[in-house]
Design a binder for this molecule. Structure first.
Ligand code: G3P
Length: 218
């Protein structure tokens, strides 16, 4: 399973990248706004900076909702760097645009996915990645991990090549469960990634080893 970080924060991207386990970055308009990035040039420059920092797929989201607008924006985003993946919402014109980009050899990430039916449609259109929003499904009293299992099963029996990119990850356990359920990628906040490190028995065991090492060193 690939690990992406879900943020536009450069310090957090740097920290995750330095761990040596980062395969890419996903962003969205809310994450860009959170960093105070304003204006088309600033947005483009920010994506370029991220592409220069991380050697992996970088999802950049369109904000148009009509076919012509999505295509125009997506072409501009894709021109920034070969690692850009154009993130397109799961709407009718989004599906048309994913088909268009797929035929042009531009990779896409179909976002805001909440059902298996949407997953089938995105795969048929040729999406490179599919982003089901696990945490938001859990928030609405459904089971996000169950959806990952269902999509993984459908893609496997149908031979769809679209990669399942589990998004809206909120906890380290979400990452473990997504790995178990067959997600190809998890995009996570930094604290969910670093949360995987934690186990009290590791801390207790290390403290004891270091204490005993002092005895062997005299
Ligand atoms: O990747 C999608 C993600 O950024 C949404 O997360 O926590 O706002 O549901 P959240």
């Amino acid at each position: 399973m690939k690990f992406f970080i879900d943020t536009a924060n450069l310090a957090q991207i740097k920290e995750a990248n330095e761990l040596g386990i980062l395969d890419g970055v996903t962003t969205n308009p809310s994450l860009m706004a959170k960093e105070g990035i304003k204006g088309e040039k600033a947005v483009m420059d920010h994506y370029r900076t991220i592409c220069e920092m991380v050697n992996g797929d970088i999802s950049a989201e369109v904000i148009s909702t009509d076919f012509a607008g999505i295509v125009e924006e997506g072409n501009k985003l894709a021109a920034i760097h070969p690692n850009i993946v154009v993130k397109v919402p799961m709407i009718k014109d989004g599906i048309k645009a994913i088909r268009y980009f797929s035929e042009k050899g531009i990779r896409t990430n179909c976002t805001l996915v909440f059902s298996a039916g949407q997953a089938i449609l995105a795969a048929k259109a040729g999406a490179t990645y599919l982003s089901p929003f696990i945490g938001r499904i859990d928030d609405s009293n459904w089971d996000g991990i169950e959806l990952i299992s269902q999509i993984a099963h459908i893609y496997s029996v149908q031979g769809f090549k679209t990669e399942i990119l589990a998004a809206s990850i909120r906890t380290p356990l979400h990452i473990v469960k997504c790995a178990e359920a067959g997600a190809d990628v998890c995009t996570c906040p930094l604290d969910s990634i670093t949360g995987l490190l934690k186990h009290p028995l590791t801390d207790i065991g290390l403290a004891k080893f270091l204490e005993d090492a002092k005895k062997t060193l005299g």
